[in-house]
Design a protein around this ligand. Sequence first.
Ligand SMILES: Nc1nc2c(ncn2[C@@H]2O[C@H](COP(=O)(O)OP(=O)(O)O)[C@@H](O)[C@H]2O)c(=O)[nH]1
Ligand SMILES: [Mg+2]
Length: 158
Amino acid sequence: MFSTKKKICFIGEQNVGKSSLLSLLQGREVQKERVPTVGLEVEDSVLNDKKCSIWDLGGQKRFKFMWQDFLKGAGLAVIVCDSTEKNVNQTKEIYNRFERTLGTKIIAIANKQDLPGRLSAQEVQKRLGGLKTYGMSAIRPELRERMKEILEYEIATF
Ligand SMILES: Nc1nc2c(ncn2[C@@H]2O[C@H](COP(=O)(O)OP(=O)(O)O)[C@@H](O)[C@H]2O)c(=O)[nH]1
Ligand SMILES: [Mg+2]
């Protein structure tokens, strides 16, 4: 039977924890000192008992021009922010830019909820104009199941 692998893209500024969330999902240990993602990393994962590919693009400025191409064919774009005031504003700009990318469902993850003074997921959602936002902390291995559930729930409908 013909089937296409679902594509999920993680986007967001550098250092917000995109690669760490991918590691969490894949059951790898999340390192405190991470090497920034250079270019693109694509990994297979199994969600809802089906293979899908997860794309993690380096957030450095020099890669941003690639985002548009990178999102082509994606069923789900996950915009990650670190839940600080400054970063949420930057994230809003990213969201505005990709909002109308045809056929791509977008959700947000308010990462680093373990750090003091972070904006709550609810507050981040409000600031992102109501974009569905989930709170997360990539450094907490016990949240792996939750991360998986979020993606499984969100891809179930595309
Ligand atoms: N405290 C805390 N640190 C995190 C969290 N997620 C990622 N980090 C740290 O933030 C830094 C950047 O993470 P990374 O995954 O490389 O970000 P990326 O550039 O978006 O891929 C690393 O030092 C991580 O250990 C989190 O939920 N809480
Ligand atoms: Mg990275």
